[in-house]
Design a protein around this ligand. Sequence first.
Ligand code: GLU
Length: 323
Amino acid sequence: MRKILKVLLPLLLITLAAAPALAAKRFVTIGTGGVTGVYYPVGKAIAKMVNAQGKQYGLRVTVESTGGSVFNINAVLGGDLDFGVAQSDRQYEAVHGLAEWKTKGKQGKLRSVFSLHPETFFMVASQNSGIKGYADLQGKAVAVGNPGSGTRQNSKDILAAYGLSLESLGRAEGLKASESAKVLQDGRVDAFAYTVGNPAGLIKEATSGRVKVRFLPTTDDALAKLLKNRPYYVKASIPVHFYEQALDKKDVPTFAVKATFVTRAGMPDEVVYAITKMVFTNLAALKKLHPALEVLKPRDMLQGLSAPLHPGALKYFKEAGLK
Ligand code: GLU
């Protein structure tokens, strides 16, 4: 017995001594999007960086693939996720209690942390479908974005600018983004929508299949209608050099938003501060982890935020002279 105690006691003491350190470890989750989008690899890049350097803060980040912006905002607010990536336009609507939040009202607990890469709206149509412009979508089968995505409302908004709606399509499908390229290639839909950073794996997949595809251009007239009363959309173009096998050889006019990083009020300041600081002080390394991040500049990363800044992020921005 004595002998056993002699062996076990030091072990027990070591375990007890290590206990506070373990308790101090905090697990945080980040909600992203489909695995072939940009949110997911960007979330992974942030997690990789924080996990490599976050020991001093006792942080361990895990990333979840989700349905996208709207799902992430709601899951962050509901406490199922700690952080989420969400389109700047959906952040605006949540804060103002519009669109997907019309019945729930203003989401006063949403907090912004920083913004990330720009995202362009794609309407990808197969050559076989004969669709060349938005007006041709009438009566066609279109994957407009799954419920929970930010893409879905963007589809509705651009269709409305052409005097169309989900009802004027032959079939509006709510498929997950990650399935859309395959379904388009199989001829089960004529077109699919996706609001995503560049380059995006899914768009590469859609453009490199047997069936040739094109990106639908927005007309100036439709863009003017779309941008009216919607401060979060900007005119942009799809950089086709990323998608060499697409039928389009020149950049295609469309609209864009920004990916943003959000959390909720009540998330501990030190957690938000640590993540913000690590992202901003390791930006050069982070940019190397995904080409969509190459364009990031610290000052721009404070734009596109409608929800109040989380105090943990604000603390870092003040320290860094960014605010
Ligand atoms: N912006 C897309 C959405 O919220 C997700 C894009 C991505 O996963 O990169 O629907």
